[in-house]
Design a protein around this ligand. Sequence first.
Ligand SMILES: [Mn+2]
Length: 266
Amino acid sequence: MLYLKRTFDYEYPLGEADVVLIGIPWDFSQTGFPTRYGPLFIREALRNLVGYDPETKTNVFEKYKFCDLGDIEVVPGNWKLTEERISDTIKSVFEENPKVFPVFLGGDHLISLGVLNSLKNLHPKLTVVDFDAHRDLMKEFLGEKYSHFTWAYHALKFSEIVQIGVRSFTKEEEEASKKFRIKNDLKNVKNPVYLTIDLDVLKTNDVGTPEPGGMSFEGITKILKQACRNELIGMDIVESAAMKINSESSLIAANLIKKALAFWKK
Ligand SMILES: [Mn+2]
């Protein structure tokens, strides 16, 4: 008998899994608190999570087979090489299991652009449902094209974006949101949906770029439930500045993953 405990009670090979967990501890575009330890502490929170969701009467750990692939080894300070690694990894994952649902753990919000650049090859039409305090619609930041402040601007070239919970942005970003007709609700979303949750959308200080105010956990899950009525192709959860076990953002992140999976119609 081997008495061992890994991330989940059961860990399945990728080929058999319904859900795959992949950490991307990239935070080299971060301008506030470090977010590279997000994957570490969100995993720890997942280990201790009650799997049963009273609202949907589902135990996500019993319903789905999980595979935790660990973290993508990022290239410190080099987004181009890191993005290639993200893209290669995602390609290999779907070659092995085309139906698996990927959950990515950030890292700063730039990781979403790397993921979406790969997913767009599989889903030419997609809608990104972006929970975020910020618009992240800057064309560049201090001359740098690729930053957690700019990812959404670049993702607009190939996807529709719905932004939920936005409360802090520049004039330039406000103009861009009008120009590109960014929606702020889920009406008329018909494409497959990719969910990205920047934890700063919540009322918490435990994130890369905190802002006063913010949504409640219940407020987010209500909209999450609506978003999960569409076909879901994957999700990420980013910007946790967790530095210790049971930090607020890591607990919220684990619970939002559980909620999304409980609502998800496989
Ligand atoms: Mn963001």
